[in-house]
Design a protein around this ligand. Structure first.
Ligand code: F6P
Length: 415
């Protein structure tokens, strides 16, 4: 039974540019609400099981540290992709977790993560209720993929979308510079697994002075190689320079990922997800051989989730807000829930924190609706643009030292 008001917070799943802003929101709100210690588990539940944690007051000392943390990409505490066993499969695991929680006199357990990570909150809150433990378990949403159910969008998505849109503009400028009288195809590969939110965000590169991508292929629809080749050939009759965005997760009718055609996707994580990469390289080589023109593949890879120098201010602020809202909800008695972002108004854009039962969120994927993809299946609609645009607005200046952004990093000597 907890006697002290202590909190423990962890970060889980693929990092983002703003996951540390949620951590800052948890820390600051816990202080404001009079919690005693705020512990951070190192590398999520995986490190926690090895009793790896820090007292965050040894790491965050000043207002400036909080501001620096908000601007630091990746997971300050370290992350993990770890799936807890079912309770009946390994009761020992749960006994161990709860004995550590009791030892640290934890009242609130907060996990910042995506749909797989919410499985941890679901299992721990279920176990606590059945076995009469008093701790509260709350989830804070996070993922660049934007595939969490019941939240309008996820922290991390807006910043990744902003980086992707800005970089797509720069890629288009570069390609146009060299495309005099010669055919030139650039294929851009974007993360997001089975959800096309991020790939669709390349559309934002279409601005007053930039034509934007020519074709956009999301994983929500089956990818047809022959149809794709015909579309590209026809477009080349009208313009020489093509920029095409594809999701890392586009699949053929037989269920294989396109990247598997070149031998990619061998590694599989604890949740059964294949590591997807090489889609753009495969398609660029394929088109190069078929058409005989210059092609290039650009894979944004981990840059799209760590480019905090161009993070969206809206995203950083909302990530901070949901971190704080989780502490408040737990303090007011909630458990087994995840905080969500509700879009309160479109014009002007306004959002507020809400909350839902985590059982409705864990292990689910929210995909781009069919109506937000054009009839031909190779572009997104105006509704998609209207949805994403507000999420990339505003910026926070990084703290620059010697010409580079400064980050807050864990200091284990202080532990
Ligand atoms: O979950 C976020 C994500 O960035 C996915 O878009 C991507 O498929 C995956 O993580 C890549 O993860 P990793 O870096 O572990 O291969």
């Amino acid at each position: 039974m907890s006697t002290k008001r202590n909190i423990i917070v962890g970060q889980s799943g693929g990092p983002t540019s703003v996951i540390n802003s949620s951590l800052a929101g948890v820390y600051k709100t816990a202080q404001e609400r009079g919690f005693n210690k705020v512990y951070g588990m190192l590398h999520g539940i995986e490190g926690f099981l090895d009793e790896q944690y820090v007292d965050l007051s040894t790491q965050i000392h000043t207002y400036m540290d909080i501001e620096l943390l908000k601007r630091t990409p990746s997971a300050f505490l370290g992350s993990c992709r770890c799936k807890l066993p079912e309770i009946y499969e390994s009761p020992d695991t749960y006994e161990k977790i709860f004995s550590i929680l009791d030892k640290l006199e934890i009242e609130v357990f907060i996990y910042i993560g995506g749909n797989d990570s919410m499985d941890t909150i679901k299992k721990l809150s279920d176990y606590a209720i059945v076995h009469g433990h008093s701790q509260k378990f709350l989830g804070v949403p996070k993922t660049i993929d934007n595939d969490l159910a019941l939240t309008d969008h996820t922290p991390g998505f807006g910043s990744a979308a902003k980086y992707i849109a800005a970089s797509t503009k720069e890629i288009i400028r570069d390609a146009l510079g060299l495309s005099y009288n010669k055919e030139n195809i650039t294929i851009i590969e974007v993360m997001g697994r089975n959800a096309g939110w991020l790939t669709g965000a390349t559309v934002l590169a279409r601005t007053e002075e930039c034509v934007g991508p020519d074709l956009i292929y999301l994983p929500e629809l089956t990818f047809d190689m022959d149809k794709f080749t015909d579309t590209v050939m026809n477009l080349l009759k009208k313009k020489k320079n093509l920029v095409i965005a594809v999701s890392e997760g586009i699949k053929l009718e037989d269920g294989r990922y396109v990247c598997e055609l070149s031998g990619g996707a061998d590694y599989v994580d604890a949740f059964g997800h294949k590591q997807l990469q090489g889609t753009a390289a495969y398609l660029a080589n394929y088109l190069g051989a078929k058409i005989g023109c210059k092609t290039r593949a650009v894979e944004f890879s981990t840059l799209q989730r760590s480019a905090s120098h161009i993070a969206s201010r809206t995203d950083i602020d909302e990530a901070f807000m949901v971190g704080g809202a989780a502490v408040k909800a737990a303090d007011e008695g909630d458990t087994g829930k995840m905080v969500v972002i509700d879009r309160v108004s479109d014009d002007p854009y306004m959002a507020a924190a809400g909350i839902y039962d985590v059982h409705r969120i864990a292990n689910n994927e929210k995909l781009v609706p069919r109506e937000w993809i054009n009839k031909e299946g190779n572009f997104v609609t105006q509704e998609f643009i209207d949805y994403v645009k507000p999420l990339i607005q505003g910026s926070y200046h990084p703290f620059m030292v010697n010409g580079l952004p400064q980050h807050l990093v864990l200091n284990m000597n202080n532990k």
